[in-house]
Design a protein around this ligand. Sequence first.
Ligand code: MG
Length: 286
Amino acid sequence: MARLMTTDQGLGLVDADGDNLTLLTLGVRDLGEAFERGLTAQDIAAAPTRERLSMSQVRVLPPVVRPSKIWALGLAYASHVGEMGRQQDAEPFFFLKAPSSLLGAGQPIVLPRVAPDHVDYEGEVALVIGRPASHIAPEQAWSHVAGVTILNDVSARDIQGGQHVAGARPNTSMAKSFDTFTPCGPCLATLDEFASPDDIELTTFVNGEQRQHSRTSTLIWPVAELLSFLSARTTLEPGDIVSTGTPAGVGHAEGRYLKPGDWITIRVTGVGELTNPVTEAIGSRR
Ligand code: MG
């Protein structure tokens, strides 16, 4: 039905070719605010239109600029559990990423000064919540989802594992919450953009080399179960982001971490491509 985009010039509808967008007349700063006001993706897509612009004429922002929370799933695919040398968990392992770490498509991921050497990508399919969900059954779960986007769960592996300083503890949320560590977008695709929302294809490239390829049909827990699980613990609010985890092929498995000048593209069929370059922090001494 639609691919919706948040830009510095307002909300837009992305054309089929992905090269242009048509701005919408809606007085909201992002899709999250539209969902908070009770609008559905269908309502937004049907809003009066303004001018049509090429993508180069706008700055693309994350679909939701400042959600109340970003839940992300660890060890979601059996293929990734194996490459990390871990055992499959008894229940989903969700952690929070700071909303302040969100980054728009095309903007640079900055290697943190305090942990620049073990930064890694994780290509993920992410969901944006459209209406509140508390204690929902799996059968209801998809009706609370406004659409699908792409998320890069960037991770400082040394902080994540507690290896950056002798005696430090592992810290997943800290490792994944540095500024710029959550590229998200470029748009939000409504569920009818997919032949099956439970079988979405994901491919990750680093400098054009394919590193990850999987489908959400191979998730250990289906999306509906994941949302039901989360909703029994916190109320999922309009605009909240739930990222479904990464498949095999992260850099950590081979000790290939991100360097300044690298660029990462995550392609999700039905959504598009999320590309971000990598840069070092200004003033870094390496
Ligand atoms: Mg992840």
